[in-house]
Design a protein around this ligand. Structure first.
Ligand SMILES: [Zn+2]
Length: 953
């Protein structure tokens, strides 16, 4: 017996030794037939002698014939089954050979056996990146949307999606006659639209701009396509997410968010107030089309490839208790609708005919997928907080002037709404409320999406910039109009009244400016006759009087009077051309800027100048693309490094008085002239630093930074993001996003990403001491980016960076010419409210409206707050006319991260207060009325109220 086994082993091994696997080649596209309920596919054997085998026998004894034709050995193999040992039966017995056979599609579908595969076809398309806005608009309408709708006519199973409402707006402008068809397809759930207006850089838009994405998105669609709704938002492309965006979506009735460049999976993405949005990511939106190519051939090919693809997902689905619905996202930039209808029918026919147990295949949408996925008991992954945007170099630094206009429009359009609302309240009617002008300006201010540059990008960029500049100038125009009207109601006892308005919802002391039309001397008194510090400066032939306007009431005004003559005002200061001291600071100026700064109030040194001066200007090489298929931000390099502090300074005093002292220093860099201005205020704890970059020649791959080196190591960095204050190391999502770019996986921890998108300020605090840098640029840093980087904190603003679009035929962002940037510095005991109010104040200059002839008949007092919130860190985001009725809408945002119960004082008693969602859909009637209403607002919450004012005569 033993001998026998020995012999068999020798035979087996001796037989197998040196022998190759017989490879099987299927005919492709697959040629298959159904034989008594089982599916067979035609294949040939890769063997030299086609006559070597006559058949193939399976473990159950079943044999398949091998036929010879054209010198090859052919056979029909079962498509479905389990891997098993088979025998190629030779013509002579000793030629038979055994090997493992794995069918094309095994019966092992694991978790998805009873599941469904969703083909989600949509088109990611930037407004213009592929070409000009006009070209892309035409392509969207005629080559994507119209054919997709046509396809729905012929294939009742076909689904398609466009990612933003703007696409629908454009389509219906071109084809108004197809409205009913669009509505029908939307009702059927077959054609879906994204819930946002477009896909912005979320962290670049100001508070209300970001919220208006929902007004011109979901709200617009619901209003214009009655009965239709959109509940899924898309921001597919940008590897970035701002802190409050999930809350904005959740509080605008949006139920799902589709993103990519994030690990494939399902998430609840949380904002700091605790609201969240269910989020799905396929990893990268273009992968299925570009790499997996699942549906290029036929159903068998699709089954074969998908089986391999979903293998890795079984455990994830099981772990998260997800229903077995798996998505294949068919999306690519500007891809037209591809109909895989034939494959879908073929797939499901095969299942029907063979009765094989496997997942079904259907056309679908993100909304339909999420409806299947979001069942009780599912456990989504959690993401909390900000994903710092690694594409941010493209907006602020790449398009400095355009983004400056964008930020100005974003800040001042709400102010325009607020003053227009106040004017309407005073008039007792919304008749003159500039609803259309405001709406148009807001829409233009958010029109530019994430697709700056690209092919013919110079055209796109100039269109984007023109829209932003229009919006910013509209804000100025509308504010001036409302203020003139409001001012006419103020009772003034003398001529030359200057009414100073505060567009922020806390009391402020700041300077205000008024143009002087003659060569006389003037001074300023407040409405009680007290002389205010004032100072005249002369720039380019315009005489400007700047004065200290103290205690201007929140969302209100105070009246001052201009008087001819001179009044002495005692101020404690000592000034030389390169040094200054006053009540607040001791400052020395030297090469590159401030060489010493001491806080007199707190007895602290503020800056550390071992490497940079305070307000230094740095230039380095930046050779990134701004936005593109990379996984980490491109760091600046030392090539061509220069800094203002390498140049001998020659500071001079250009203006000095009891309000401020201003110094100037000029430095010549290789490709531009730099002028630095340092303006120190004597009544307010504030130092402004202005930077002019003049005659910039547009040299490629250069960047400029502004630096404020601080005497602080390992400090806490806080910065303003839309509708909140973020903190480095605390506010970011904790996990590396993963997900893919062409350049690899996004495996950098978000905490490490810098610079960051900022709104109005970045601040650094250590041991209870805080320095705030207010900035008018969109990107800020706190880590020294030069070689031999210093350990201490260096607050920086990225002024601009010349670079090229990542599009192969894309443009350079030269930004040739003159540029002006503004920063303000203060220091105090650490306090978020102080830095928030300082930062916002710096970018919201007090507004001035003059009343040259006295007005005895005015009904308004000399000073007044129209709206007041008892807790100033509950900020008024806007006050506006309600969209579809003559009511007020008040939006508040809690900034301090604390639950709060503020009282809101109104200009007239409320008869009714209704809580709404962010797009003004009523949610709850509150039991509130009267002139003072007390509300409850959670930490970091954004809340909107509709207020019906009592009719008074
Ligand atoms: Zn895009």
């Amino acid at each position: 017996m033993k001998k026998y086994i020995y012999l068999v082993l020798i035979m087996l091994f001796g037989f197998a030794f040196g022998q190759n696997t017989i490879n099987i080649t299927y005919v492709e596209p697959y040629e298959y037939k159904e034989v008594s309920g089982s599916l067979l596919a035609k294949a040939s054997l890769n063997i030299e002698d086609a006559n070597q085998y006559k058949g193939l026998s399976f473990e159950n004894g079943k044999t398949i014939e091998i036929e010879q034709e054209n010198g090859k050995a052919w056979l029909w193999l079962p498509v479905f089954g389990t891997p098993e040992s088979v025998t190629f039966v030779g013509n002579s017995r000793k030629n038979s050979t055994k090997q493992l056979f794995t069918p094309l599609v095994t019966s092992d579908w694991g978790y998805f056996k009873e599941g469904t595969f969703h083909i989600i076809s949509s088109s990611h398309q930037d407004i213009a990146w592929m070409d000009t806005p006009q070209y892309c608009r035409h392509e969207r309408i005629h080559d994507i949307i119209a054919p997709a709708l046509d396809m729905m006519d012929t294939d009742k199973a076909f689904h398609f999606g466009m990612e933003q409402t703007l696409n629908l707006k454009e389509f219906i402008e071109e084809f108004p006659e197809r409205k009913a068809e669009v509505m029908l397809r939307s009702d059927e759930g077959r054609f879906t639209w994204g819930a946002t207006y477009n896909q912005p850089y979320e962290g670049m838009q100001t508070d209300e701009q970001l919220i208006r994405e929902m007004y011109f998105g979901r709200r617009w669609l619901k209003k214009n396509f009655e009965g239709n709704d959109v509940i899924t938002a898309f921001n597919t492309d940008v590897p970035g997410r701002t802190l409050q965006f999930p809350q904005i979506l959740a509080k605008s009735g949006v139920e799902n968010l589709f993103v990519s460049r994030l690990k494939e999976g399902f998430y609840n993405w949380y904002s700091p107030d605790g609201s969240s949005i269910p989020t799905y990511s396929p990893g990268n939106y273009g992968w299925a089309v570009m790499f997996y190519k699942l549906f290029e051939q036929d159903a068998i090919e699709a089954m074969h490839k998908l089986q391999t693809r979903v293998k890795m997902w079984g455990d994830y689905y099981k772990e998260h208790n997800l229903p077995p619905h798996f998505a294949i996202v068919i999306s690519n930039d500007a891809s037209g609708p591809a109909n895989y209808g034939a494959i879908v029918s073929e797939w499901n026919d095969i299942i029907k005919k063979t009765g094989v147990k496997m997942p079904k295949l259907r056309h679908s949408t993100v909304t339909a997928l999420m409806n299947e996925i979001k069942k009780p008991g599912v456990v989504f992954e959690t993401i909390s907080g900000e994903r710092p945007n690694i594409w941010s170099y493209i907006h602020g630094p790449g398009h400095a002037k355009a983004i400056t206009a964008s930020r100005k429009a974003g800040r001042l359009l709400p102010s325009a709404e607020i003053f227009a609302s106040i004017d309407a309240i005073l008039k007792g009617s919304f008749k003159d409320y500039p609803e259309e002008a405001l709406s148009e300006a807001f829409e233009e201010s958010i029109y530019p999406d994430h697709g700056w540059g690209g092919k013919n990008g110079h055209i796109t960029d100039s269109i984007f910039r023109a829209k932003l500049e229009f919006a910013a100038s509209e804000a100025d125009r509308l504010i001036e109009k409302s203020l003139t009207s409001i001012t006419s109601n103020i009772r003034t006892k003398k001529n030359n009244a200057v009414v100073v308005y505060n567009d922020l919802s806390w009391e402020r002391t700041a300077t205000a400016k008024v143009t002087i039309e003659d060569n006389s001397n003037y001074y300023v008194v407040n409405h009680e006759g007290v002389v205010m510090p004032s100072q005249i400066s002369n720039a380019r032939g315009t005489r400007t009087l700047e004065f200290v306007a103290s205690n201007i009431p929140p969302l209100g005004y105070s009246t001052f009077y201009l008087k001819k003559g001179k009044k002495y005002f005692d101020v404690n200061k000592s000034v030389t051309p390169n040094a200054l001291s006053n009540d607040f600071y001791i400052m020395r100026l030297g090469d590159g800027g401030l060489t010493y700064l001491f806080d007199n109030k707190l007895g602290k040194e503020v800056i550390k100048t071992t490497r940079f001066a305070g307000g230094d200007i740095i230039t380095m090489k930046y050779d990134g693309n701004g936005a593109g298929e990379f996984t980490q931000m491109t760091e600046p390099k030392m090539d061509g490094f220069n800094k203002a502090s390498l140049h001998t300074a020659n500071w001079k005093i250009v203006n000095d008085g009891n309000v401020f002292t201003m110094f100037e220093n000029k430095v010549k860099f290789e490709h531009a002239n730099i002028v630095q201005y340092v303006k120190v205020y004597h009544q307010i704890k504030k130092i402004d630093v202005f930077v002019d970059i003049l005659d910039w020649d547009g040299t490629h791959n250069r960047e400029f930074r502004f630096a404020l080196p601080l005497d602080m190591e390992d400090s806490t960095i806080k910065y303003e993001v839309p509708l909140a204050i973020a903190e480095v190391g605390k506010s970011e999502m904790k996990q590396a996003p993963r997900g893919w770019a062409w350049g690899g996986t996004y495996d950098q921890k978000p905490v490490e990403i810098h610079p960051r998108e900022v709104m109005n300020f970045i601040a650094s605090e250590k041991d209870g001491f805080q320095v705030t840098l207010a900035t008018d640029v969109a990107l800020a840093d706190w880590i020294d980016a030069t070689r031999e980087s210093v350990e201490y904190t260096v607050l920086q603003g990225i002024l601009m960076a010349t670079h090229k679009s990542c599009h192969g035929e894309g443009n350079w962002y030269h930004q040739t010419g003159d540029h002006h940037f503004e920063f303000s510095i203060t220091s105090n005991e650490a306090n978020d409210a102080l830095s928030y109010q300082f930062g916002n104040g710096a970018n919201h200059p007090l507004q001035v409206s003059e009343q040259k002839i006295k007005n005895n008949s005015g009904v308004l007092p000399a000073s007044k707050s129209f709206f007041k919130v008892s807790q100033p860190m509950v900020r008024v985001s806007t006050i506006k006319k309600a969209e579809d009725e003559d009511a007020l809408v008040l939006r508040l945002v809690e900034i301090d991260g604390k639950n709060s119960q503020p009282t809101i004082s109104l200009p007239k008693p409320a008869s009714k207060v209704i809580k709404t969602n962010l797009i003004e859909e009523e949610t709850e009637l509150l039991n509130l009325n009267g002139e003072n209403i007390k509300i409850e607002i959670g930490n970091n919450a954004i809340e909107t109220y509709k207020i019906i004012l009592k009719k008074t005569n």
